[in-house]
Design a protein around this ligand. Structure first.
Ligand code: GLC
Length: 456
């Protein structure tokens, strides 16, 4: 798929020099990163990413709660600032400083009547990790503040989950659809790249590809501080940009967007995360003795079984599905393991997934879990969501393994993940073959989730 193979500045690790773990010192280093990225109300993911992101803040708060639960609660609560009046919580709330005006203007969220007046956001969402983070942060708050926090978050969460079904499950299938890979957070994961090439390649991008001009696009990219071999390809970046332009042209109105598009996917990662967070929303309701709307309860129940529609019996794994054709997009990716985190699949299914996870030729590499299996034609150890191991997906898988009682395997993955960060630092992602840190340095969710893993 790709062009050049540049290398990050982090040294190629030598396993023989694996550093001894000093949990206290590692926590201090991780915390320093979260302080460095502290923007007041929220923590930005890294220097490269100044805005507030939905699932980044959820992961950050999950780690921060062990050290500073009040700051973790603020991190979560500040996401509500960006909630749209139709219930959507956007994937990005823009940093207000003038330097970032370009991003705000590009999205122009003010085109939608639902967008908040007082601040600029994107027009799409991200995996709904919020309810899980709320439950976990609340558990660490002093009792006096805990109920108040749960009460404050409850209504926005209900509205958000209702929006997910109302706008994104128009045929009552129990599965929600996503309209941009950024909604899934795994930007260039193979199933979405597959969809982009099939349904979202306008003539002018095809022409750039044909004439081999994609190299020029590198000059205008914002992520040039990271070697191009570790990011998405320039053509894919252009296609993603073009999708946003189309959403903006339709004022982020879902009916208008869906009116003339074939580009919509029922994504396995997003839907798995949604199912688990539905359960956590119910947990919050129980704690504060509130009832969830009965229609939402029915929809939530339906989703638990609906994940089955994304399972392929022949290859014994989960895939994302094209919303229009209902065909599974059979490009293997890390998404197949996230139903473990959902927690509602059968034990038999879980055991099939665990068998796949332990396969040394696919996923259980020296530094698991790669974002695509080693034998995929997409596999590239350096490139973003097409090979590298990420701490957030490891965290989700560890959680899922625990839930299905694979305690030893969960522990092994936990230790391997911590060791990766201990050796290299809090990089955005890691080479699954040699453990080298890649992408952005001092990355918040890597730091925060390492703290959480150390405390489990
Ligand atoms: C990248 C990741 C996405 C994350 C964002 C901010 O785009 O793919 O998941 O939310 O960076 O860290």
């Amino acid at each position: 798929m790709s062009d050049n193979h540049n290398h990050s500045n982090s040294p190629i690790p030598d396993d023989a020099q694996s550093k001894d773990l000093d949990a206290k010192a590692l926590t201090t280093t991780m915390l320093a990163i979260l302080d460095q990225n502290n923007q007041g109300d929220y923590t930005s993911p890294a220097k490269l990413y100044p805005h507030q992101w939905l699932w980044d803040s959820a992961f950050t708060a999950i780690g921060l709660r062990h050290i500073d639960p009040e700051r973790a609660a603020r991190e979560i609560a500040s996401l509500v600032r960006g909630q749209w009046s139709n219930g959507m919580i956007p994937n990005m709330i823009f940093n207000p400083s003038n330097q970032y005006r370009l991003d705000r203007d590009f999205w122009s969220s003010w085109l939608s009547p639902f967008a908040p007046d007082h601040l600029a956001t994107s027009g799409i969402t991200q995996p709904p990790m919020l309810a899980d983070a709320v439950v976990k942060v609340g558990e660490k708050l002093p009792k006096s503040h805990r109920t108040e926090f749960y009460r404050f978050m409850f209504e926005p969460l209900v509205q958000y989950h209702q929006w997910l079904y109302l706008e994104r499950d128009p045929h009552n299938e129990g599965l929600t659809l996503q309209i941009h890979p950024w909604e899934v957070g795994l930007d260039n994961t193979p199933p979405w790249v597959h969809q982009l090439y099939d349904h979202s390649r306008p003539w002018w991008i095809a022409l750039i590809e044909k004439l081999g001009l994609q190299g020029f696009i590198n000059f205008i990219r914002r992520d040039r501080s990271v070697p191009p071999g570790q990011r998405i390809s320039s053509l894919e970046a252009l296609m993603l940009w073009d999708v946003v332009k189309r959403l903006r042209r339709k004022n982020y109105n879902i009916e208008r967007i869906m009116h003339r598009t074939l580009f919509a996917t029922q994504d396995i990662s997003f839907n798995s995360i949604m199912v688990r967070n539905n359960t956590q929303l119910q947990t919050i309701a129980n704690i504060i003795r509130k009832k969830l709307p009965s229609e939402l309860l029915t929809q939530m129940k339906h989703s638990e079984q609906a994940l089955d529609k994304l399972y392929d019996d022949i290859s014994q794994q989960y895939y994302s599905r094209d919303f229009i054709t209902h065909k599974l997009i059979k490009e293997p990716s890390i998404g197949t393991f996230l139903p473990l985190y959902a927690g509602t699949i059968s034990k038999e299914r879980a055991s099939k997934l665990v068998k796949l996870l332990k396969d040394h030729k696919k996923y259980w590499l020296h530094h698991p879990v790669p974002s695509v299996p080693l034998d995929s034609s997409f596999f590239d150890a350096d490139r973003y969501w097409q090979g590298p191991s990420w701490v957030n997906t490891n965290w989700l898988i560890i959680d899922g393994l625990e839930r299905y009682n694979y305690t030893e395997l969960a522990d092994e993955l936990r230790q391997k993940t911590i060791q990766l960060v201990n050796n290299q630092g809090a990089w955005e992602y890691f080479d699954p073959l040699n453990g080298r840190g890649l992408g952005a340095e001092s990355f918040s969710w890597t730091a925060a989730l390492t703290i959480d893993l150390l405390n489990q």
